[in-house]
Design a protein around this ligand. Structure first.
Ligand code: ZN
Length: 248
């Protein structure tokens, strides 16, 4: 970590390792599968790190990452970027606060774009992250064109996540580890609401007063490293991550 902070090349290598690790860990957690992708902004540049389009999400490596500019041009690396890379470029372009973007096709989340009168709401305490709402983007098609990417970024607006009608979702955060943690909690929260619906009950989302109370005790700066440590170690123990990537 100290090497990365004092050395731009080290920082890039560190970010590439984080993107590769998060991708593999999200596969392990059933959030990514044969498609979907993780990106990270390269600080100080209009460019991002993202995997090669057809590479298995379970096998991505730091050295295999592409450096892509915000016009979708590959600056470094071999191979084509994912066909929906414009999702990442337009969100990073419009949201300077965002350092990492996840796009995936989690079935549990997509279900909430296909139920009349049902809206995904913050249910569990950690879902206070989405206190200001989870918008649904109306375009169900693959996001390949610049105008589609801009429209999706507009739907996301200032929010930290967005659903995509009959297609998938977006999670954005201030770092790759934070994005991973948010994605895990997003799935937990969607699962909680689905369980309430499947029990035939009327879901009781967090109230504004409850969310204010949770925020009073929020410790995101401690929570993110704690869960990153947990998932990286779990991934190494499971053979999903090589220990030599030095992620901790
Ligand atoms: Zn997609």
């Amino acid at each position: 970590m100290n090497i990365a902070v004092s050395n731009p090349a080290g920082l890039r290598q560190r970010l590439a390792a984080e993107v590769a690790a998060a991708t593999r860990l999200l596969v392990m957690e059933g959030i990514l599968d044969y498609s979907g992708h993780v990106s990270a902004r390269v600080p100080g540049h209009d460019a991002l790190l993202i995997q090669v389009r057809d590479e298995s999400r379970a096998e991505v490596t730091p050295d295999g990452m592409l450096l892509v500019d915000f016009d979708g041009k590959v600056l470094e690396g071999k191979g084509k970027p994912p066909s929906e890379t414009v999702i990442h470029t337009e969100i990073l372009r419009s949201r300077p606060d965002v350092q990492s973007v996840l796009h995936c096709h989690m079935e549990l989340a997509i279900a909430f774009t296909m139920m009349e009168g049902v809206q995904l709401r913050p249910m569990r305490a950690r879902a206070v992250r989405w206190e200001n709402g989870i918008p649904t983007h109306p375009d169900p098609s693959h996001i390949k064109l610049l105008e589609q990417g801009r429209a999706l970024a507009a739907t996301l607006g200032p929010h930290h996540a967005a659903l995509m009608r009959a297609h998938g979702l977006i999670v954005v955060a201030e770092s790759v580890p934070a994005m991973l943690v948010d994605a895990v909690h997003f799935k937990e929260n969607a699962s909680a609401q689905m369980q309430a619906l499947q029990a035939g009950a009327r879901p009781l989302p967090l109230t504004p007063a409850e969310m204010a109370q949770i925020n009073r005790h929020e410790m995101r700066d401690a929570h993110v490293p704690k869960l990153w440590n947990y998932y990286v170690r779990k991934g190494i123990a499971a053979g999903v991550l090589p220990a030599e990537w030095q992620l901790l």
